[in-house]
Ligand binder design. Structure first.
Ligand code: PRP
Length: 177
């Protein structure tokens, strides 16, 4: 294990099993539609790529990127860095996220995309850290509810590092303190 990691929180086997379950549930719920999966760059790309490959209904893909500034404060604002390429009017949209923390990112995106007249919007997150929530936000599909620990790997970073690891690890506090 990498020296910066305290322990594995979610193993690759657990991730893989849960993604199959999520994709099965989503495929059932969307069986007569062609959902549009929106990937929130960059943290969710690995989860997204694995999830869509387990879907059994036709899907389409699009990508969006936001950045938060002033994070850690209640006035932290969110800025759109890259918008979707296509219209979502009339579409069934599934926003795919790696982690819901304060809930600000997804609540901003849900409102922004909701103005564009989609038929529906749902949220699928791999991880949910409810202890950190600052705004009311609930995912429709969730992989794992986790404790309030600093997690990295499987797309999640600290200072842009550790995204490439295939499991989710708790980072040692001395690395980020
Ligand atoms: C992380 C994560 C979510 C967001 C969750 O993104 O990927 O998008 O923060 O936090 P919130 O619920 O408090 O809004 P980050 O801004 O670190 O960008 P990244 O995806 O490129 O790592």
């Amino acid at each position: 294990m990498h020296k910066d990691f305290e322990k594995v929180l979610v193993t690759k086997e657990q991730i893989s099993t849960r993604i199959t379950e999520l994709a099965t549930a989503i495929s059932t719920d969307y069986k007569d539609t062609k959902p549009l999966f929106v990937c929130i760059l960059k943290g969710s790309i690995i989860f997204y790529a694995d999830l869509i490959r387990k879907m059994t209904v036709p899907c389409q893909l699009d990508f969006i990127q936001v950045s938060s500034y002033g994070s850690g404060t209640t006035t932290g604002k969110i800025k759109l860095l890259k918008d979707l390429d296509n219209s979502i009017e009339g579409r069934d949209v599934i926003i795919v996220e790696d982690i819901v923390d304060s809930g600000k990112t997804l609540s901003y995106l849900k409102e922004l995309l909701g103005l564009r007249k989609p038929n529906s919007i749902k949220i699928c997150t791999l991880l949910d850290k409810p202890e950190r929530r600052e705004v009311a936000l609930e995912a429709d599909y969730c992989g794992f509810v986790i404790p309030n620990e600093f997690v990295v790997g499987y797309g999640l970073d600290y200072d842009e590092n550790y995204r490439e690891f295939d499991q989710i690890y708790i980072l040692k506090p001395e690395v980020y303190m």
